[in-house]
Unconditional design. Sequence first.
Length: 658
Amino acid sequence: MKRILSVLLIAAMLLSLAACGGGTSEQAASPAKEETASVSLSPAEGILLEGETLQLSAEGSGSGFVWTSSDPAVASVSEGGLVTAVSAGEATITVSLSGNEAATASAAIQVGRHVSALEAGQKEVTLLLGTDQAELAADVTVVPDDAAYREVAWESSDPSVVTVDAAGRLHAVAAGSAVVTARTTEPGADISTDISVTVLQGVTSISLSETELMLPAKATQALALSVLPEDAEDRTVTWSSSDENVATVDSAGKVTAVGGGTASITATANDGGGASASCAVTVVVSIKSMKMTEAKGAVLQGGPEELTHLQLEYAVTPEDATYRGAVWSSSNEAVATVDENGVVTAVAPGTAVITAVSDDPTANGKVKTTCTITVGAAIQDLALADTPARLEKGKSVRIGVTLTPAKVYNSKLSWVSSNENVVTVDANGTVRGTGVGEATVTCATTDGTNLSATKSFTVYQPVTSLKASDSKVLLFAGQTKTVSAAAMPEDATDKSVTWSSSKDSVATVSEDGTIRAVGQGTAVITATAKDGSNRTCKIAVTVEPALPITVTSLGFGIYNGNLLGITVQNYCKTLAIRNFDFDIVLYDYLNQRLNTSGSYSLGSDETIPAGGSKTIKRTMSGVSQSSKVVITITGVVFYDGTYYTIPASQRETWTFSR
């Protein structure tokens, strides 16, 4: 705060003391109730120079005031509130009510030192006409560092040469000299420092003979220079290149082309005014040749959008050729067109030659390359023939394919099996069953249209042979026997069979293979595979009568009293009888009693051929006393040792009397 603020504050305090009728703290104090005791102080802050004073005014409800300073070495205070600045620093002046120290007020006092000197970092400054100098305030030091007034005022001895603003910024107005003075703002102090300013005429513009330059490698060309105004103090320039790998420049402005590319050659004024001029230099590396990445290409007409276009690429020699672009053309735009970027678009089936001509002006249109483009029809639909879904293991079937349109550019198809353990498929769509199960064959286009179709197959293993559990079966009427048929191979899909009889009047057969003998004769039982393979196996069935033997004549007591003679008829057509068991009852009617009864066998083997008869004589106790013989045959032993028990329901009883 400046000196004038201190004067005004002192005047305000004097007026306040006069209004209160005196300057003592006792006179200023007034009785106050203890419960409302308070004190206020003005001003609340102040800035003083060493040796200056400031009167503080206190108002309160107590009987008197007590004044204290937080640092009397910086600022002291009298009993009447008069503050005296002692030395540089900060102190707090506090006033409280007598007898009530809790009621206080305070003021912050800052004490500063007098400015003793101003020191300039640079005593001489040179400016170019029309330019500005950054503010000089940073170069002017106020001594001492803790001086109260650290601001300075600026003035120019000749504003027609140079002006200076409040921040110390210089502006060159005209060529010449002037003195710029920095002066302290401390009241009453006459302290300043001078800075000599010289304004020179600078370079205002630079122009070059060329703003753009195109050179072949290793060529040189000098750039002419114009520097204005002619009375500029320093008209020299510095030359530079933005990329010396492309072009260099010497101190005389001669440009040398080094390598392909662009660089900026700049002439900059040395007077620091910033004037400059540039020339864009292009160093041209001439193209020698160009070659298409692919000599042939194809695009599809009528297919997806991405297939109707083809981006052509080419390479140039040398690789660092400056002009790498091309002018594109098509030999037949009715077939294919090409845009300025080398993108070919299909129009109609046919062929066209696409040509790229180098845009290097030094090539004169003689460097070019071509690509022969074939435009073909895209596959728009893919359909598989109606091939049977069931496929025998080991067999093959070829899947027919219909493409739309019929004539396409690329008719090659890819074939894939979902499970090659079930079916395989070759490049021609021939499917072969490799294992029992289900699999899907997918046919897809390879022309980029991504069309596909699928066909599901069920591979089955047919029955290759059936083997019957019995080749021949001999049954007696009324008997049953369950037979079976084993299907081969083991992985046959359907091993079930159906059964049939060639003659149901002889033998029937049920679904589970149970043969029932019906009547005497022969029949063939056949098992047929259900899977349609027509594989069969046969069982020869012979049915003999349930009662294979009868007694056609009986004689007893003919040769001797106990001799029994029996004529036996064998009804079997295939079996010879070796023996038989029978129940016999002998009655004695004369004495009216049963002589004997029981089961007997012939006792020795007798051969009765199939369909034959034989009279058998055997001695049997009790026959001579019998007047009646009752015989029931219960079982038969056939020639092969097989024993057949005649069912009770089929047994017959023969009775003979004397």
